[in-house]
Write a protein that binds this ligand. Sequence first.
Ligand code: SF4
Length: 663
Amino acid sequence: MKRFQCPYCGVGCGLYINEKGKVKGDFEHPANLGDICKKPLYLPKVLNRGRIAKPMYRENKSHSFREISWEEAYEILKEKLISFSPDETYFYLSGQLLTEDIYVANKFVKGFLRTNNVDANSRLCMASAVTAYKLAFGSDGVPCTYEDVDDADAFLFIGSNAAVAHPVLFKRVLKRRKEEEKVIIVTVDPLETETAKRSDVFIQIKAGTDTVFLNSVLYVLHKEGWIDYRFIYNYTEGFEEALEVAMKFPPDVAASICSVKPEDVYLVAELFAHSKKLISFWCQGLNQSLNGTMKNLALINLHLATGRLNEKGCPFSLTGQPNAMGGREVGYLTNGLPGYRDVRNKADRAFMEKFWGVKGIKKEPGPTITEAIDMILKDRIKFLWVVCTNPAVSLPNLEKVKRALEKVFLVVQDAYWNDTCEFANLILPAAQLGEKEGVMTGSDRTVTFCERFSEPFGESKPDWLIFTELARKMGAEELFPYSSPKEIFEEFKASTKGRLCDMSNLSYENLPARWGKRWLYEDLKFPTESGKARFHPARVDVAAEEGMFILLTGRLKNNWHTMTRTGKSPELLKGEIPPFVIMNPRDAEELGIEEGEEVILSAKGKEITRVVRFGNVKRGHIFAPFGYPSEYGEPTNLLTSDRTDPYSKEPDLKYSGVDVFVK
Ligand code: SF4
């Protein structure tokens, strides 16, 4: 029996594979207590389907690939990395890598090459939550844990379809409701999702207006005298400025902007005012937005205004990917350094330079991935190395992305052949979960050791080893002395000693274990300059794009992201292909569209075909899953906008103007 963390969503369920090759939930793991959803059940079947077996190369993209040796691959990489200046190179990592992989890649780029031109696909996922948590609490560690679900009496899901995207966690919430009659679940979303259907109250909000709605809740809390002034005075700062913005949105004003009822605003205010313990969960519905950081801050403001932390509740951002939390601990975004450090902080740079034995870590954060795409098109970035992610399907405004991928010298390092490989010069076969060892951290800071249970496919190698071997060939033997992931974990965890995310007491042998206290800010002292949590005025800038409909994108139920692995399982594909769009039946009727009919969705001069399914999506909105690769037709992200939130630089994937036509 071998234990590991599920490689899919950020719940971070502990699983094991038994002697018969069956995957089961681990009863001893705190994230899932033995529960499991459908996706990982089919993992053993898909491990070896569609894999990349050998390194492949072509200098000219119009030619076919030829298989090459690892030695030749390293020589090509070395020559390219020497011929380009560090800032002409760019690295795009993934929240699906193991922590050890990410640590070595980040050290290679920021410490050895000395450029901060590295980002991760968390930019599309959690960047707004990270930014808001840091602004409010001084760090982006999640304040509470899954245990808090077990005695909460109120749950707010806003911009989260947890029943589909985080199913085991949602089942835990449903279990809690079954235990006590008074437990209430409220969902705020433009689409009546699975989560909304199983909630006690569904508030169907217009997309892009969450900040107005949440400000209005603060308005009501203030007007009704439901604010916890003792908590505000003792533990926070900035309340007056936040309230000033909120007072512009009485419930009748907000109701008209958000297309809800004033009573809906009161209901959520009462939840914050009167429940015993309230957990608000959110995910991409708040994050992937032009106002993503403000939406997050508006929600956190409500928790601060009512003292809803620790035993009274928690603002709980649900991580999209299995190890996005690990990536944040390692500092894999453009500004990060290990141990929740930041390149902009002189002391943090000095510590890491000494710790790594390097000089000259750059103090300016690098460009984010969407900025890097623009820089490729302007010839300022000439080399792109993509690791364990599929930007040719997942990035917004794909037509532009494809032009950039066509232009740049592209390295793709992945376990599976995917759409991005079609644009590559060099392809490196990577070992995947089960073929290598290391750790991952789930949404509630629980770190899990993933054991190896199968041989690497073909000539594939662990990602950490690929960066290590290349660095050594480039003369950095002393910086990259690793012969096992354990040595890397030991080095990484030493870098966290004394930090908020101190993992120095963890070892492969004592995992799973959580870093930090159960309540990260148990003593209500925060890692901000003043030691207090900070309110922020949640300014409102409602997104607007032209089009007949607002396009919302999101996940499929049984497939993961761009389907590179789950899409190899017919059992998981069942019911999810052909690609579909959800329309409100009344909108469809007005256009003369029937259920099951094919329609054209059109935006930015691009068109995609989808089959119509009827659903209770707010009128004027449509919902289309983003993850279909090109084998099923044109990807949804051809229609989405690459406008980004000004603070987090997270793309606005939940508000694109599109037209719909009968085919
Ligand atoms: Fe995996 Fe998420 Fe399902 Fe848990 S809930 S088994 S982590 S996909």
